[in-house]
Design a protein around this ligand. Structure first.
Ligand code: S3P
Length: 170
């Protein structure tokens, strides 16, 4: 049985792109928590936040994480706020190796320039929103992760770094 590989980190750190690359290379299934939430509610994440509120989204996110953690052989791309709930973190850590994709605020701002799909960053001053949220969350990502990877480079390179890190753990 293959344990899961769980990617976590801030919005724009590359969880989905790196996850798809890794899944192909390792022949794992790829699961994206945000996409599953969107499929189930038939709404975008922004619409869920607007219509039902963040608390509703967080409950749905926990339900999806709990379900995914009962299976194996998956690369799981979490949403950037998954670490806010300790129940999520415990389930994820128990289901496989948790990898924190660590990026700078400059990388996030560059990658998400023009992006309108993140309700928590839909503010006039996006730079301040990114910096404040990142500072508050950094300790949560670090603590939740088994491995931290510098993810400021492209997806292929980050996937390679993750595989190298696994190889050196064996
Ligand atoms: C969130 C991150 C988003 C999405 C939602 C909330 C967060 O996912 O789950 O907008 O709280 O950081 P990505 O990290 O995939 O953008």
């Amino acid at each position: 049985m293959k344990n899961n590989i769980i990617l976590l980190g801030f919005m724009g750190c590359g969880k989905s792109t790196v996850g798809k690359t890794l899944a192909k290379q390792l022949n794992f299934d790829f699961c994206d928590c945000d996409s599953l939430a969107e499929q189930r509610s038939k709404k975008t994440v922004s619409q869920i936040f607007a219509d039902e509120g963040e608390a509703f989204f967080r409950k749905l996110e926990t339900k999806i994480i709990t379900e995914l953690c009962s299976k194996q052989g998956q690369i799981i791309a979490t949403g950037g706020g998954a670490v806010l709930n300790s129940q999520n973190v415990e389930a994820l850590r128990n289901s496989g190796i948790v990898v924190f994709l660590d990026v700078s605020s400059e990388t996030v701002l560059k990658r998400l320039s023009g992006d309108t799909s993140r309700p928590l960053l839909a503010r006039e001053d996006k730079e301040t929103a990114v910096k404040e949220l990142m500072t508050a969350r950094y300790p949560l990502y670090s603590k939740a992760a088994h491995i931290t990877i510098n993810a400021n480079s492209d997806a292929e390179d980050v996937a390679k770094k993750i595989i190298d890190a696994f190889t050196s753990r064996i």
